[in-house]
Design a protein around this ligand. Sequence first.
Ligand code: NI
Length: 253
Amino acid sequence: MLFDTHAHYDDAAFAPDRELLLESLPQRGVALVLNPGCDLDSSRKAVSYAAAYPHVYAAVGIHPENCAGFVPADIDVLRELARQPKVAAIGEIGLDYYWAENPPRKLQQQVLRAQLALARELRLPVIFHDREAHGDMMDILRKYKPKGVVHCFSGSAELAQETVKLGMYIGLGGVVTFKNARHSAEVAKAIPLDRLLTETDAPYMAPVPFRGKRCDSSMIPMTAGRMAEEKGCTLEEMLRQTGENAKRLFSVE
Ligand code: NI
């Protein structure tokens, strides 16, 4: 059981071999993939991959970096997309205060709140992106109490524990294997095994020894192996447990 809960196969990096790669994943040990959208167009693509491949599920949403042109009617488009088969979550949504050229914080928060309301209406979990926005993320999680995951978790072990107390899961990716990202390994250690998810964020964040290369879901064992080391369990146990966690959260059979 290997469940990649966060991969962007609509990314241009996969243009040369997307179909072949997606089709080959089960033979390469990948049981399930969740492909989130980052805007309306990539959300449509995610839904189309879910329709085409039995092992692929979709999420639909507008990423905070892409919310500049947001209009309220976008929520109606997302609602229609979310009603398609195998759409398992609203995402990825959230806050990104890292880049100065990102849309203003107030606008990011407005678009996030509209999507959290949609997730609540449709009773879907959310895939949350938080970069340099920990305080505002926690405020919004406390207020909306969504079910979901904070993907590619970048905060401290203490923040991860608080996040889990609010009912969220913690997604960890290739960063766990980086020597200079010690706190990410500490998060894996601090969080109960039944709240951890594995992910790639493909095509980005390839784990060691593939760091810097194009990442795909078959690289999860490097990440999960490092998490297992922190937890003192076997790789198989880590893959089985995180796979079960993801199936539970996203209501995947
Ligand atoms: Ni992502």
